[in-house]
Ligand binder design. Structure first.
Ligand code: ZZB
Length: 261
């Protein structure tokens, strides 16, 4: 599987992360980026938050003298063998913690309409065995993301978050003939999905949204507005990579465990 690793720079650590970060050695002078693995770089305009699995283990790994990446140790290891880190095969770990510590951290989401940054929020269905364990949230076009932000906004006390963090405006990114200007809310309603735990229906919605978006989608925003998604996708990806905001991240196919399977 070839992902785009999108770099979300940490702007301000959340309350629980602050102490931990302050006592972490080796971070001085380094910018820390959460690395989200995505197959949909063309949707990055619509990012409204970024998810971690609250019970998953994460680390901060030193890439070079300027940057450190926050992701699962498994992803850092894979990256170290793809010439993403300074020294081949090495991925020096500076810190280690569970995802829950990161809740409320403010990050810059590249290309997002939300220029002041987006919050790190919990998603129970994030898999530790896929991508980087960091999932950027595009509720307009990802049914899983839409179902999750709806649930977060419904139960902020339960999730120990501020309600506003889950309520950033959802803007149209891609138009399709079958699902209108926002595929995910349309499909979630159509398939009567009430919870992020509605696994089978969400897998179905995801597949439908992928297909329709890719083959029929037209961009509604950004540099490639009015262009077909098929054509815009690689262009947005190259733009992000050219600006140092993303990189190619490959995952050995055999290790991929599908969320639906
Ligand atoms: C942004 C985005 C926007 C995504 C969208 C999808 C959609 P796949 O096909 O199963 O490989 N993802 C990445 N890593 C994880 C993880 N560890 N646990 C759970 N979900 C993860 O799915 C790849 C997509 O699943 C990635 O692309 C990411 O969400 C999520 F509009 O990034 B995506 C219709 C889907 N639309």
């Amino acid at each position: 599987q070839e992902y785009t690793g999108v770099k979300l720079e940490v702007l301000e650590w959340g309350n629980d992360a602050k102490d931990l970060i302050a006592s972490t050695k080796g971070l001085e002078g380094l910018k820390v980026y959460m690395v989200a693995a995505t197959l949909r770089p063309e949707t990055m305009y619509g990012q409204t938050c970024c998810f971690v699995g609250p019970k998953i283990d994460y680390g901060i790994f030193k890439v070079n003298d300027k940057e450190a990446y926050l992701c699962t140790p498994r992803a850092a290891r894979n990256m170290a063998f793809q010439r993403i880190f300074e020294h081949d095969g090495k991925f020096p770990q500076l810190a280690s913690f569970q995802g829950s510590v990161l809740i409320g951290t403010l990050v810059n989401a590249p290309l997002s309409v939300h220029k002041d940054g987006v919050r790190i929020l919990p998603m129970e269905t994030v898999l530790a065995t896929k991508g980087t364990g960091v999932v950027t949230c595009v509720p307009s076009d990802s049914p899983d993301d839409y179902a999750t932000v709806m649930d977060l906004a419904k139960k902020p006390e339960y999730y120990k978050i501020q309600k506003e963090w889950a309520e950033l405006e959802i803007v149209p990114i891609i138009k399709t003939p079958s699902y209108g200007e926002m595929s995910a809310p349309y499909l979630v309603k159509e398939l009567k999905i009430n919870s992020p735990k509605d696994k089978d229906a969400l897998a179905k919605a995801k597949e439908l949204a992928y297909k329709e978006g890719f083959y029929q989608g037209i961009m509604l925003i950004g540099d490639y507005k009015d262009m077909e998604v098929q054509k815009a996708k690689p262009l947005v990806r190259e733009k992000l990579i050219g600006q140092g905001l993303a990189f190619v991240y490959n995952e050995p196919e055999s290790k991929v465990i599908s969320r639906s399977g």
